[in-house]
Design a protein around this ligand. Structure first.
Ligand SMILES: [Zn+2]
Length: 81
């Protein structure tokens, strides 16, 4: 039995993943909002959608715990502890 915490990726089964906590989701949310603002004049539905998504991610970020991101396929999922 291995005691190292490395849950397998639910998409590709890869066991190499990195932890993702609140700060990562806060930065991700800000990046999505910035992307939305940059696009709102060119593709308004995409811009508005991105800003809304960014706000949701940013609002959710303080509650983000025990998330992992796969090193292979970049999938983010919630690890069960
Ligand atoms: Zn994966």
């Amino acid at each position: 039995m291995s005691d190292s915490f490395s849950p397998a990726c639910p998409r590709c089964g890869n066991t190499e993943s990195v932890p993702r906590e609140s700060k990562f989701f806060a930065i991700l949310g800000i990046c999505i909002i910035a992307f939305g603002i940059a696009n709102i004049f060119f593709i308004p539905p995409l811009g508005i959608g991105s800003i809304v998504l960014g706000i949701v991610v940013l609002a959710f970020s303080p509650f983000a715990k025990n998330f992992r991101q796969c090193r292979k396929c970049r999938k983010i999922w919630k690890a069960k502890i």
